[in-house]
Design a protein around this ligand. Structure first.
Ligand code: FMN
Ligand code: MN
Length: 496
Protein backbone atom coordinates (compact mmCIF):
# COMPACT_ATOMS: atom_id res chain seq x y z
CA UNK A 1 0.00 0.00 0.00
CA UNK A 2 1.33 3.47 -0.84
CA UNK A 3 1.51 6.20 1.81
CA UNK A 4 -1.35 8.01 0.05
CA UNK A 5 -3.58 4.92 0.12
CA UNK A 6 -2.75 4.35 3.79
CA UNK A 7 -3.69 7.95 4.56
CA UNK A 8 -7.01 7.65 2.71
CA UNK A 9 -7.82 4.42 4.57
CA UNK A 10 -6.99 6.07 7.90
CA UNK A 11 -9.20 9.05 7.09
CA UNK A 12 -12.09 6.73 6.17
CA UNK A 13 -11.64 4.91 9.47
CA UNK A 14 -11.73 8.16 11.42
CA UNK A 15 -14.86 9.33 9.58
CA UNK A 16 -16.51 6.05 10.56
CA UNK A 17 -15.48 6.64 14.20
CA UNK A 18 -12.85 3.88 14.10
CA UNK A 19 -9.28 4.15 15.31
CA UNK A 20 -7.00 3.72 12.30
CA UNK A 21 -4.10 1.28 12.31
CA UNK A 22 -0.66 2.50 11.39
CA UNK A 23 2.54 0.74 10.50
CA UNK A 24 5.38 3.09 11.31
CA UNK A 25 6.14 6.64 12.44
CA UNK A 26 5.61 7.97 8.90
CA UNK A 27 2.04 6.63 8.66
CA UNK A 28 1.42 7.83 12.19
CA UNK A 29 2.43 11.39 11.25
CA UNK A 30 0.05 11.37 8.27
CA UNK A 31 -2.82 10.31 10.53
CA UNK A 32 -1.96 12.85 13.23
CA UNK A 33 -1.83 15.54 10.53
CA UNK A 34 -5.33 14.54 9.39
CA UNK A 35 -6.46 14.74 13.03
CA UNK A 36 -5.27 18.37 13.10
CA UNK A 37 -2.74 17.61 15.87
CA UNK A 38 0.52 18.07 13.94
CA UNK A 39 2.38 21.36 13.56
CA UNK A 40 5.10 21.50 10.92
CA UNK A 41 7.61 24.25 11.46
CA UNK A 42 10.48 25.18 9.16
CA UNK A 43 13.76 26.94 9.79
CA UNK A 44 13.96 26.60 13.59
CA UNK A 45 17.46 26.35 15.07
CA UNK A 46 18.50 23.27 17.11
CA UNK A 47 20.21 25.59 19.59
CA UNK A 48 17.56 26.53 22.22
CA UNK A 49 14.90 27.44 19.63
CA UNK A 50 13.28 23.99 19.20
CA UNK A 51 13.18 23.38 22.95
CA UNK A 52 11.71 26.78 23.74
CA UNK A 53 9.13 26.61 20.99
CA UNK A 54 8.04 23.13 22.15
CA UNK A 55 7.75 24.53 25.69
CA UNK A 56 5.57 27.40 24.47
CA UNK A 57 3.27 24.98 22.62
CA UNK A 58 2.98 22.79 25.75
CA UNK A 59 2.29 25.63 28.15
CA UNK A 60 0.20 27.86 25.92
CA UNK A 61 -1.85 25.66 23.61
CA UNK A 62 -5.19 27.15 24.52
CA UNK A 63 -7.52 25.53 22.06
CA UNK A 64 -6.98 21.85 22.39
CA UNK A 65 -4.14 19.53 23.27
CA UNK A 66 -0.44 20.16 22.86
CA UNK A 67 0.31 19.44 19.20
CA UNK A 68 3.07 17.15 18.00
CA UNK A 69 5.70 19.36 16.36
CA UNK A 70 7.80 18.35 13.35
CA UNK A 71 10.78 20.60 12.66
CA UNK A 72 12.33 20.59 9.17
CA UNK A 73 14.82 22.73 7.26
CA UNK A 74 16.91 23.14 10.37
CA UNK A 75 19.66 25.73 9.73
CA UNK A 76 22.94 23.96 8.95
CA UNK A 77 21.25 20.63 8.17
CA UNK A 78 19.96 19.09 4.96
CA UNK A 79 16.23 19.38 4.26
CA UNK A 80 14.49 16.21 5.46
CA UNK A 81 16.72 15.72 8.53
CA UNK A 82 13.89 16.37 10.96
CA UNK A 83 13.08 16.34 14.69
CA UNK A 84 9.72 15.46 16.25
CA UNK A 85 8.67 16.82 19.64
CA UNK A 86 5.69 16.09 21.91
CA UNK A 87 4.59 13.01 19.98
CA UNK A 88 2.46 11.57 22.79
CA UNK A 89 1.16 14.77 24.40
CA UNK A 90 -2.56 14.19 23.81
CA UNK A 91 -5.17 11.62 24.85
CA UNK A 92 -6.20 11.21 21.21
CA UNK A 93 -2.67 10.39 20.07
CA UNK A 94 -2.24 7.95 22.96
CA UNK A 95 -5.51 6.24 22.00
CA UNK A 96 -4.23 6.04 18.41
CA UNK A 97 -0.98 4.43 19.62
CA UNK A 98 -2.87 1.86 21.65
CA UNK A 99 -5.67 1.13 19.17
CA UNK A 100 -8.25 2.45 21.65
CA UNK A 101 -11.34 4.59 21.02
CA UNK A 102 -10.02 8.08 20.18
CA UNK A 103 -13.00 9.83 21.76
CA UNK A 104 -11.93 8.67 25.24
CA UNK A 105 -10.01 10.86 27.67
CA UNK A 106 -9.03 11.05 31.34
CA UNK A 107 -10.33 8.18 33.50
CA UNK A 108 -12.27 6.62 30.59
CA UNK A 109 -9.05 6.23 28.63
CA UNK A 110 -7.19 4.88 31.69
CA UNK A 111 -10.00 2.35 32.21
CA UNK A 112 -9.91 1.24 28.57
CA UNK A 113 -6.13 0.80 28.64
CA UNK A 114 -6.21 -1.07 31.93
CA UNK A 115 -8.88 -3.36 30.44
CA UNK A 116 -6.55 -4.02 27.52
CA UNK A 117 -3.73 -4.82 29.96
CA UNK A 118 -5.82 -7.44 31.77
CA UNK A 119 -5.81 -9.64 28.67
CA UNK A 120 -2.40 -8.66 27.36
CA UNK A 121 -0.10 -11.46 26.30
CA UNK A 122 3.38 -10.48 25.12
CA UNK A 123 4.07 -11.49 21.49
CA UNK A 124 7.64 -12.51 20.74
CA UNK A 125 9.49 -10.15 18.39
CA UNK A 126 10.41 -11.43 14.96
CA UNK A 127 13.93 -11.19 13.56
CA UNK A 128 14.08 -10.04 9.93
CA UNK A 129 17.01 -9.06 7.73
CA UNK A 130 15.55 -6.17 5.75
CA UNK A 131 13.89 -2.90 6.64
CA UNK A 132 13.97 0.82 5.90
CA UNK A 133 16.34 1.42 8.83
CA UNK A 134 19.10 -0.18 6.72
CA UNK A 135 18.80 2.50 4.01
CA UNK A 136 21.94 4.11 5.46
CA UNK A 137 24.61 2.62 7.71
CA UNK A 138 27.56 4.74 8.87
CA UNK A 139 30.35 2.76 10.52
CA UNK A 140 33.75 3.46 12.06
CA UNK A 141 35.24 6.70 10.76
CA UNK A 142 31.95 7.69 9.13
CA UNK A 143 30.05 7.78 12.43
CA UNK A 144 28.83 11.30 13.22
CA UNK A 145 26.13 11.73 15.88
CA UNK A 146 25.83 15.40 15.00
CA UNK A 147 24.83 14.54 11.45
CA UNK A 148 21.32 14.87 12.90
CA UNK A 149 19.90 18.19 14.19
CA UNK A 150 20.26 17.20 17.86
CA UNK A 151 18.65 19.90 20.03
CA UNK A 152 20.25 21.86 22.83
CA UNK A 153 17.02 22.20 24.80
CA UNK A 154 17.35 24.52 27.78
CA UNK A 155 19.75 27.27 28.76
CA UNK A 156 21.20 25.39 31.76
CA UNK A 157 21.69 22.06 29.95
CA UNK A 158 25.18 20.62 29.79
CA UNK A 159 25.03 19.56 26.14
CA UNK A 160 23.02 18.39 23.16
CA UNK A 161 20.82 15.40 24.06
CA UNK A 162 20.28 12.92 21.24
CA UNK A 163 18.55 10.38 23.51
CA UNK A 164 15.28 11.61 25.00
CA UNK A 165 12.34 9.85 23.29
CA UNK A 166 14.58 6.83 23.00
CA UNK A 167 14.90 3.08 23.55
CA UNK A 168 18.14 2.10 25.29
CA UNK A 169 18.37 -1.62 24.61
CA UNK A 170 20.50 -4.06 26.59
CA UNK A 171 20.54 -7.80 27.20
CA UNK A 172 20.79 -9.47 30.58
CA UNK A 173 24.05 -11.45 30.40
CA UNK A 174 22.73 -14.17 32.73
CA UNK A 175 19.05 -14.36 31.96
CA UNK A 176 19.20 -13.50 28.24
CA UNK A 177 16.14 -11.25 28.08
CA UNK A 178 16.26 -7.94 26.24
CA UNK A 179 15.21 -4.78 28.04
CA UNK A 180 14.74 -1.27 26.83
CA UNK A 181 14.12 1.95 28.73
CA UNK A 182 14.14 5.67 27.97
CA UNK A 183 17.39 6.85 29.53
CA UNK A 184 18.81 10.20 28.51
CA UNK A 185 21.80 10.35 26.21
CA UNK A 186 24.13 13.33 25.74
CA UNK A 187 26.43 13.77 22.77
CA UNK A 188 30.07 14.06 23.90
CA UNK A 189 31.49 14.22 20.37
CA UNK A 190 30.86 12.73 16.92
CA UNK A 191 31.52 9.15 18.05
CA UNK A 192 30.73 9.10 21.77
CA UNK A 193 27.68 9.72 23.89
CA UNK A 194 26.97 9.60 27.63
CA UNK A 195 24.08 7.74 29.20
CA UNK A 196 22.35 8.44 32.49
CA UNK A 197 20.45 5.53 34.08
CA UNK A 198 19.06 5.89 37.61
CA UNK A 199 19.95 3.15 40.11
CA UNK A 200 17.42 0.32 40.10
CA UNK A 201 16.29 0.76 36.49
CA UNK A 202 16.52 -2.47 34.50
CA UNK A 203 19.15 -1.05 32.14
CA UNK A 204 21.31 -0.18 35.13
CA UNK A 205 20.91 -3.64 36.72
CA UNK A 206 21.88 -5.31 33.43
CA UNK A 207 24.80 -2.98 32.74
CA UNK A 208 26.19 -3.54 36.24
CA UNK A 209 26.31 -7.28 35.62
CA UNK A 210 28.75 -6.72 32.71
CA UNK A 211 30.76 -4.09 34.58
CA UNK A 212 31.12 -6.22 37.72
CA UNK A 213 32.86 -8.83 35.56
CA UNK A 214 35.06 -6.20 33.94
CA UNK A 215 33.25 -6.69 30.62
CA UNK A 216 32.04 -4.12 28.14
CA UNK A 217 28.26 -3.72 27.93
CA UNK A 218 26.76 -3.86 24.43
CA UNK A 219 23.98 -1.33 23.82
CA UNK A 220 21.64 -0.03 21.13
CA UNK A 221 19.95 3.35 21.36
CA UNK A 222 17.01 3.86 19.03
CA UNK A 223 16.22 7.57 18.79
CA UNK A 224 13.33 7.59 16.32
CA UNK A 225 10.57 4.97 16.10
CA UNK A 226 6.89 4.05 16.45
CA UNK A 227 5.44 6.18 19.31
CA UNK A 228 4.07 3.07 21.02
CA UNK A 229 7.63 1.83 21.50
CA UNK A 230 8.58 5.09 23.21
CA UNK A 231 5.50 4.79 25.41
CA UNK A 232 6.61 1.32 26.53
CA UNK A 233 10.21 2.44 26.90
CA UNK A 234 9.46 5.29 29.28
CA UNK A 235 7.23 3.33 31.67
CA UNK A 236 7.82 0.54 34.17
CA UNK A 237 7.07 -2.85 32.70
CA UNK A 238 7.69 -5.78 35.05
CA UNK A 239 11.25 -7.03 35.54
CA UNK A 240 12.06 -9.88 33.17
CA UNK A 241 9.48 -8.91 30.54
CA UNK A 242 11.13 -7.88 27.24
CA UNK A 243 9.70 -4.54 26.13
CA UNK A 244 9.73 -5.50 22.40
CA UNK A 245 7.47 -8.45 23.22
CA UNK A 246 5.25 -6.35 25.47
CA UNK A 247 4.88 -3.76 22.68
CA UNK A 248 4.08 -6.58 20.25
CA UNK A 249 1.29 -7.63 22.60
CA UNK A 250 -0.09 -4.08 22.59
CA UNK A 251 0.03 -3.91 18.80
CA UNK A 252 -1.36 -7.42 18.36
CA UNK A 253 1.52 -8.45 16.06
CA UNK A 254 5.22 -9.18 16.54
CA UNK A 255 7.58 -6.22 16.31
CA UNK A 256 9.94 -6.87 13.41
CA UNK A 257 13.53 -6.36 14.47
CA UNK A 258 16.96 -6.43 12.86
CA UNK A 259 20.02 -7.57 14.79
CA UNK A 260 22.86 -5.08 15.11
CA UNK A 261 26.08 -5.85 13.23
CA UNK A 262 28.39 -5.39 16.18
CA UNK A 263 26.26 -6.28 19.22
CA UNK A 264 23.54 -8.60 17.87
CA UNK A 265 21.00 -6.57 19.85
CA UNK A 266 17.61 -5.97 18.24
CA UNK A 267 16.13 -2.73 16.87
CA UNK A 268 12.91 -2.06 14.99
CA UNK A 269 13.21 -2.67 11.26
CA UNK A 270 11.17 0.47 10.59
CA UNK A 271 12.96 2.71 13.11
CA UNK A 272 14.28 6.08 12.00
CA UNK A 273 17.73 6.39 13.63
CA UNK A 274 19.58 3.73 15.64
CA UNK A 275 22.94 4.00 17.40
CA UNK A 276 24.98 0.90 18.25
CA UNK A 277 28.02 0.64 20.48
CA UNK A 278 29.65 -0.51 23.71
CA UNK A 279 30.14 0.89 27.20
CA UNK A 280 33.52 0.26 28.80
CA UNK A 281 33.46 -0.19 32.62
CA UNK A 282 36.54 1.99 32.97
CA UNK A 283 35.43 4.90 30.86
CA UNK A 284 33.25 7.60 32.38
CA UNK A 285 32.76 11.21 31.39
CA UNK A 286 30.79 14.09 32.88
CA UNK A 287 27.14 13.83 31.86
CA UNK A 288 24.42 16.48 32.38
CA UNK A 289 22.97 18.60 33.66
CA UNK A 290 19.69 18.21 31.81
CA UNK A 291 16.19 19.46 32.64
CA UNK A 292 14.24 16.74 34.45
CA UNK A 293 10.59 15.64 34.62
CA UNK A 294 10.23 16.99 38.16
CA UNK A 295 10.76 20.46 36.74
CA UNK A 296 14.29 20.92 38.10
CA UNK A 297 17.97 20.12 37.54
CA UNK A 298 18.40 17.98 40.65
CA UNK A 299 20.82 15.31 39.45
CA UNK A 300 23.19 17.94 38.08
CA UNK A 301 26.23 16.36 36.43
CA UNK A 302 28.58 13.52 37.37
CA UNK A 303 30.80 10.99 35.59
CA UNK A 304 28.66 8.41 33.74
CA UNK A 305 29.49 5.58 31.31
CA UNK A 306 30.21 6.49 27.70
CA UNK A 307 28.88 4.69 24.62
CA UNK A 308 31.59 4.27 21.99
CA UNK A 309 29.60 4.16 18.77
CA UNK A 310 30.35 1.53 16.12
CA UNK A 311 27.42 2.04 13.78
CA UNK A 312 24.63 4.50 13.09
CA UNK A 313 21.70 3.20 11.04
CA UNK A 314 19.13 5.63 9.61
CA UNK A 315 16.33 5.95 7.11
CA UNK A 316 16.43 8.44 4.28
CA UNK A 317 15.14 11.79 5.57
CA UNK A 318 15.42 10.56 9.16
CA UNK A 319 13.29 11.83 12.03
CA UNK A 320 14.97 12.27 15.43
CA UNK A 321 12.31 11.81 18.12
CA UNK A 322 12.67 14.18 21.06
CA UNK A 323 10.93 14.50 24.41
CA UNK A 324 11.38 17.85 26.12
CA UNK A 325 11.47 17.36 29.87
CA UNK A 326 11.20 20.15 32.47
CA UNK A 327 8.60 21.92 34.53
CA UNK A 328 5.28 20.19 33.85
CA UNK A 329 3.45 20.09 31.55
CA UNK A 330 6.34 18.65 29.56
CA UNK A 331 6.35 16.87 26.22
CA UNK A 332 5.44 13.58 27.88
CA UNK A 333 3.78 14.38 31.22
CA UNK A 334 0.18 13.71 30.17
CA UNK A 335 1.12 10.44 28.46
CA UNK A 336 3.03 9.37 31.54
CA UNK A 337 0.07 10.09 33.82
CA UNK A 338 -2.25 8.05 31.67
CA UNK A 339 0.08 5.08 31.22
CA UNK A 340 1.26 5.01 34.82
CA UNK A 341 -2.28 5.19 36.12
CA UNK A 342 -3.24 2.19 33.97
CA UNK A 343 -0.13 0.21 34.99
CA UNK A 344 -0.56 0.94 38.71
CA UNK A 345 -4.24 -0.03 38.51
CA UNK A 346 -3.33 -3.31 36.84
CA UNK A 347 -0.43 -4.05 39.21
CA UNK A 348 -2.45 -3.22 42.35
CA UNK A 349 -5.20 -5.58 41.23
CA UNK A 350 -2.66 -8.27 40.38
CA UNK A 351 -1.37 -7.90 43.94
CA UNK A 352 -4.85 -8.83 45.15
CA UNK A 353 -6.52 -5.51 45.99
CA UNK A 354 -10.20 -5.75 45.02
CA UNK A 355 -12.63 -3.14 43.73
CA UNK A 356 -10.29 -0.47 42.44
CA UNK A 357 -12.45 2.12 40.67
CA UNK A 358 -9.79 4.37 39.23
CA UNK A 359 -6.19 5.55 39.42
CA UNK A 360 -4.63 8.83 38.36
CA UNK A 361 -1.10 10.13 38.54
CA UNK A 362 -1.27 13.90 38.65
CA UNK A 363 0.52 15.78 35.90
CA UNK A 364 1.93 18.31 38.39
CA UNK A 365 3.78 15.41 40.02
CA UNK A 366 5.16 14.30 36.67
CA UNK A 367 3.14 11.09 36.90
CA UNK A 368 5.06 9.90 39.96
CA UNK A 369 5.00 12.29 42.92
CA UNK A 370 1.26 12.62 43.47
CA UNK A 371 -0.88 9.56 42.76
CA UNK A 372 -4.53 8.97 43.57
CA UNK A 373 -6.38 5.67 43.80
CA UNK A 374 -10.13 5.32 44.15
CA UNK A 375 -11.76 2.22 45.67
CA UNK A 376 -15.13 0.93 46.78
CA UNK A 377 -14.34 0.03 50.41
CA UNK A 378 -15.32 -3.57 51.15
CA UNK A 379 -13.70 -4.36 54.51
CA UNK A 380 -11.73 -2.81 57.37
CA UNK A 381 -8.17 -2.10 56.24
CA UNK A 382 -9.02 -2.11 52.51
CA UNK A 383 -8.10 1.59 52.12
CA UNK A 384 -4.73 1.13 53.86
CA UNK A 385 -3.97 -1.91 51.72
CA UNK A 386 -4.80 -0.08 48.50
CA UNK A 387 -2.67 2.96 49.26
CA UNK A 388 0.32 1.06 50.59
CA UNK A 389 0.37 -1.36 47.67
CA UNK A 390 -0.10 1.50 45.16
CA UNK A 391 2.92 3.22 46.64
CA UNK A 392 5.15 0.17 46.14
CA UNK A 393 4.13 -1.73 42.98
CA UNK A 394 6.77 -1.45 40.25
CA UNK A 395 4.97 1.31 38.34
CA UNK A 396 4.45 3.38 41.50
CA UNK A 397 7.55 2.81 43.59
CA UNK A 398 10.29 4.91 41.99
CA UNK A 399 10.45 8.50 43.24
CA UNK A 400 6.93 8.60 44.62
CA UNK A 401 5.93 11.09 47.34
CA UNK A 402 2.18 11.17 48.03
CA UNK A 403 -0.49 8.55 47.45
CA UNK A 404 -4.07 9.46 48.27
CA UNK A 405 -6.84 6.87 48.48
CA UNK A 406 -10.41 8.11 47.92
CA UNK A 407 -13.88 6.56 47.88
CA UNK A 408 -15.59 5.47 44.69
CA UNK A 409 -17.66 8.66 44.40
CA UNK A 410 -14.46 10.63 43.74
CA UNK A 411 -13.03 10.74 40.24
CA UNK A 412 -9.25 10.59 40.81
CA UNK A 413 -8.62 12.70 37.68
CA UNK A 414 -10.75 15.52 39.10
CA UNK A 415 -8.34 17.58 41.22
CA UNK A 416 -11.09 19.64 42.83
CA UNK A 417 -12.94 16.55 44.03
CA UNK A 418 -9.74 14.89 45.25
CA UNK A 419 -8.87 17.98 47.29
CA UNK A 420 -12.43 18.08 48.61
CA UNK A 421 -12.15 14.47 49.80
CA UNK A 422 -8.72 15.15 51.30
CA UNK A 423 -10.00 18.24 53.10
CA UNK A 424 -13.21 16.73 54.39
CA UNK A 425 -12.64 12.98 54.92
CA UNK A 426 -9.10 12.74 56.28
CA UNK A 427 -7.92 13.36 59.80
CA UNK A 428 -4.15 13.92 59.72
CA UNK A 429 -3.31 12.04 62.90
CA UNK A 430 -5.29 8.95 61.84
CA UNK A 431 -5.11 9.15 58.08
CA UNK A 432 -1.47 9.68 57.19
CA UNK A 433 1.20 6.98 57.25
CA UNK A 434 4.84 7.85 56.67
CA UNK A 435 7.07 5.32 54.92
CA UNK A 436 10.80 5.78 55.19
CA UNK A 437 13.81 4.82 53.06
CA UNK A 438 11.85 4.19 49.87
CA UNK A 439 13.20 4.02 46.28
CA UNK A 440 14.22 7.47 45.15
CA UNK A 441 17.23 8.66 43.19
CA UNK A 442 19.44 11.58 42.19
CA UNK A 443 16.54 13.34 40.41
CA UNK A 444 14.62 14.00 43.63
CA UNK A 445 14.81 17.80 44.07
CA UNK A 446 13.79 17.74 47.75
CA UNK A 447 16.47 15.33 48.95
CA UNK A 448 19.79 16.88 49.81
CA UNK A 449 22.61 15.77 47.46
CA UNK A 450 24.39 14.01 50.35
CA UNK A 451 21.31 11.87 51.10
CA UNK A 452 19.97 11.05 47.65
CA UNK A 453 18.85 7.51 46.94
CA UNK A 454 16.11 7.14 49.55
CA UNK A 455 13.04 9.26 50.24
CA UNK A 456 9.96 9.15 52.45
CA UNK A 457 6.32 8.79 51.42
CA UNK A 458 3.10 10.09 52.88
CA UNK A 459 0.23 7.78 52.04
CA UNK A 460 -3.04 9.43 52.88
CA UNK A 461 -6.39 7.81 53.54
CA UNK A 462 -9.01 10.31 52.36
CA UNK A 463 -11.84 7.77 52.43
CA UNK A 464 -14.69 7.95 54.90
CA UNK A 465 -13.67 5.72 57.87
CA UNK A 466 -14.89 2.20 57.09
CA UNK A 467 -16.54 1.57 60.47
CA UNK A 468 -18.45 4.80 60.07
CA UNK A 469 -19.41 4.50 56.43
CA UNK A 470 -23.18 4.23 56.89
CA UNK A 471 -23.45 7.09 59.35
CA UNK A 472 -20.87 9.47 57.92
CA UNK A 473 -22.42 12.94 57.44
CA UNK A 474 -24.39 12.81 54.19
CA UNK A 475 -23.21 14.85 51.23
CA UNK A 476 -25.16 18.07 50.84
CA UNK A 477 -26.29 17.98 47.23
CA UNK A 478 -29.41 17.15 45.30
CA UNK A 479 -30.10 13.53 44.39
CA UNK A 480 -29.42 12.62 40.73
CA UNK A 481 -33.18 12.08 40.23
CA UNK A 482 -34.14 15.52 41.55
CA UNK A 483 -31.33 17.10 39.61
CA UNK A 484 -32.50 15.48 36.37
CA UNK A 485 -36.10 16.50 37.01
CA UNK A 486 -35.19 20.13 37.65
CA UNK A 487 -32.83 20.13 34.71
CA UNK A 488 -35.59 18.99 32.37
CA UNK A 489 -38.05 21.50 33.80
CA UNK A 490 -35.66 24.46 33.50
CA UNK A 491 -33.70 23.33 30.46
CA UNK A 492 -34.34 26.61 28.63
CA UNK A 493 -33.04 28.71 31.52
CA UNK A 494 -30.00 26.48 32.02
CA UNK A 495 -29.02 26.20 28.38
CA UNK A 496 -29.84 29.85 27.69
C1 FMN B 1 11.30 11.09 28.15
C2 FMN B 1 11.78 10.22 29.27
C3 FMN B 1 13.08 10.36 29.73
C4 FMN B 1 13.56 9.56 30.75
N1 FMN B 1 14.87 9.70 31.15
C5 FMN B 1 15.38 8.85 32.05
C6 FMN B 1 16.77 8.90 32.38
O1 FMN B 1 17.53 9.74 31.87
N2 FMN B 1 17.25 7.99 33.27
C7 FMN B 1 16.44 7.06 33.86
O2 FMN B 1 16.91 6.26 34.64
N3 FMN B 1 15.10 7.01 33.58
C8 FMN B 1 14.56 7.86 32.68
N4 FMN B 1 13.24 7.80 32.36
C9 FMN B 1 12.37 6.83 33.05
C10 FMN B 1 12.52 5.44 32.51
O3 FMN B 1 12.47 5.45 31.11
C11 FMN B 1 11.44 4.53 33.07
O4 FMN B 1 11.62 4.44 34.45
C12 FMN B 1 11.42 3.15 32.43
O5 FMN B 1 10.47 2.36 33.09
C13 FMN B 1 12.78 2.50 32.51
O6 FMN B 1 12.75 1.23 31.95
P1 FMN B 1 12.99 -0.04 32.86
O7 FMN B 1 11.75 -0.15 33.73
O8 FMN B 1 13.10 -1.14 31.87
O9 FMN B 1 14.22 0.22 33.64
C14 FMN B 1 12.72 8.61 31.35
C15 FMN B 1 11.41 8.48 30.91
C16 FMN B 1 10.93 9.27 29.87
C17 FMN B 1 9.52 9.10 29.40
MN1 MN C 1 12.19 -3.09 31.79
Amino acid sequence: MTALEAKKLAEDDMKAGKTPKYNDLRDWLEIVDSMGELKKVDGVDWNLEMGTLAEIFAHESKDGPTPAVLFDNVPGYPKGFRTLFAQNASFKRMALNLGLDMSLSNLDLVRAFRQKLVNLEPIKHKVVTKGPILENVDSGDKVDLLKFPVPFMHELDGGRFIGTACLVTTRDPDEGWVNFGAYRGMVHDAKNMGLYISPGKHGSIQRNKYFERGQKCPVIVSVGQDPVLFMVSGNEIDYGVGEFDYAGGLKGAPIEVIEGRSTGLPFAANAEIVIEGWMDPNDRKTEGPFGEWTGYYASSSRPEPVIHVDNVYYRNDPILCCARPGRPPSDYSIAKCMVKASLIWEQVEKAGVPDVRGVWCHEAGGGRLLNIISIKQRYPGHARQAMLVASQVHAGAYLGRYVIVVDEDIDPTNTFDVLWALSSRSDPVESIEILRRCWSGPLDPRIHPSKKGFNSRAVIDACRPFEWLKDFPPVAESSPELRQKIYEKYKKVIEG
